[in-house]
Design a protein around this ligand. Structure first.
Ligand code: DQA
Length: 138
């Protein structure tokens, strides 16, 4: 089974960025934990701060992988293009967020991903990614 985690803008700064919201761990360290835990899953990780790169990656993997775990970060709340890319591909997408976006500013309550995602997991810290992968492992 092939699953890719796609992270959007500023998530390359996890560990340094607003640790009170996003925690102290880098995503690279957490990704190593996930690879250790899900040994039977071919896990990949891609991060970009650029909207078009995220769309390109969704198109590239979206007809052959078994699952996409997507944290589109700030683009969640703005990107019609990422929403359309998810609609265009056949691989199911699970939307994740580290924080509970519904407890935060109102602009974070809007998601262009949720209406086209298979499901949504948010508010569990980095564990949100673990739960999303579990949803693909039947
Ligand atoms: C986030 C929530 C978004 O609102 C924010 O822009 C992020 C991270 C999260 O994982 O909690 O960059 O997607």
């Amino acid at each position: 089974m092939k699953v890719i985690i796609i992270n959007g803008p500023n998530l390359n700064l996890l560990g340094k960025r607003e640790p009170e919201v996003y925690g102290n761990k880098t995503f690279e360290d957490y990704f190593a934990d996930l690879q250790f835990k899900f040994k039977d899953v071919q896990l990949e990780y891609f991060q970009s701060n650029i909207e078009g790169d995220l769309i390109g990656k969704i198109q590239e993997v979206g007809f052959s992988y078994d699952g996409i775990v997507l944290n589109a970060a700030a683009y969640t709340h703005t990107s019609v293009g990422i929403g359309d890319a998810i609609k265009a591909v056949s691989t199911p997408v699970v939307e994740v967020h580290i924080s509970n976006t519904h407890k935060r500013e109102e602009f974070r309550h809007v998601s262009y991903i949720s209406p086209v995602a298979k499901g949504v997991i948010l508010g569990f810290g980095l564990q949100s990614y673990d739960l999303a992968i579990q949803s693909f492992v039947k």
